[in-house]
Write a protein that binds this ligand. Structure first.
Ligand code: HEM
Length: 269
């Protein structure tokens, strides 16, 4: 019999995180780092950060399958689960299974590391954060693919649509595994938190100056090449040919260095 397993905040969190991570990844990989669209990459990354921050709180306050305890399994149980999976007989869990839990913890940690390294490129400079910000998203993609593969494998093993359950909240489960409420009030609070947080971050993104202003604080994080700088650079396109715009990292320190390089070129002329 189908019973309520995932509360509404867990479901909203899940699909919002999937969209923001996918958005940040796709723009980061395939978008031009010099175009205003790159600010959407930064925005998606910051939204993912807001989501993970909220998820940590929800792991303390949420219903039982959303709590930290639901993500922590003893090593012996994890090994037992994996050896059964290899025989196509992984035990059915109404909430997270031990394999899913490892992927989930890895994804949360990788999202945090990725966003942190991205912000540090702007704050401290490229070294070594640009390299970390290249590697972590690729690792995150790998874990996401493993996660989706695991969901499909479990769906096949237990003849149940796990993906649909992440929308509806309901899965086949014993009465003792069911949660009592989908926590609608917390879901409304989450939506308000995302809407106000998103509005605040979006209005703090200053594309003219290429920085994120955290209003109400004196903190302003340099992010990328500003529109003014980008316009200046289009005037010296001959020098640009040496640096593909896609390859050029976007932070003000780097942008300044390119200008200095350009000045040197001009001196040589
Ligand atoms: C960027 C893409 C994705 C990310 C970052 C992601 C991340 C996560 C996270 C963090 C959780 C834990 C949710 C919680 O406990 O609050 C989770 C669970 C889950 N995800 Fe995803 N996910 C992604 C894509 C998908 C897709 C495409 C599907 C469907 C094929 C999916 C299906 C599920 C399901 C069914 C669960 C519950 C797992 C379980 O039964 O233990 N996810 N995901």
């Amino acid at each position: 019999m189908k019973r309520l397993i995932w509360d509404a905040p867990a479901r909203i969190f899940h699909w919002a995180l999937a969209v923001s991570v996918a958005g940040a990844f796709l723009i980061g990989e395939f978008g031009s780092h010099d175009s205003p669209v790159f600010y959407v990459h930064i925005f998606c990354g910051l939204m993912a950060l807001l989501l993970v921050a909220w998820r940590i709180v929800w792991a303390l306050l949420g219903s039982r399958h959303s709590r930290f305890g639901a993500l922590l399994f003893r090593p012996a149980e994890t090994l037992e689960y994996f050896s059964a999976v290899f025989k196509g007989q992984g035990r059915y869990y109404a909430g997270h299974n031990p394999g899913g839990a490892i992927a989930i913890l890895a994804m949360l940690a990788l999202v945090l590391g990725t966003v942190f390294s991205g912000l540090m490129i702007g704050l401290v400079g490229e070294d070594p954060f640009a390299e970390i910000h290249e590697v972590l998203p690729k690792l995150l993609l790998l874990v996401v693919l493993v996660h989706i593969g695991g969901v499909l494998l479990a769906s096949w093993m237990h003849k149940m649509n796990y993906t649909a359950a992440m929308f509806s909240g309901s899965k086949t489960a014993a009465e003792t595994d069911a949660i009592r409420s989908s926590r609608p009030l917390a879901a409304i609070i989450l939506i308000l938190y995302l809407a106000t947080g998103g509005y605040y971050l979006w209005s703090g993104l200053d594309t003219q100056k290429g920085q994120l202003n955290l209003a109400g604080t004196s903190l302003s994080i340099p992010l990328g090449e500003s529109e003014a700088e980008a316009e200046n650079e289009t005037g010296s396109e001959h020098a640009e040919k040496e640096h593909s715009p896609k390859d050029r990292p976007v932070n003000t320190a780097t942008a300044k260095k390119h200008h200095d390089d350009d000045d040197d070129d001009d001196d040589d002329d």
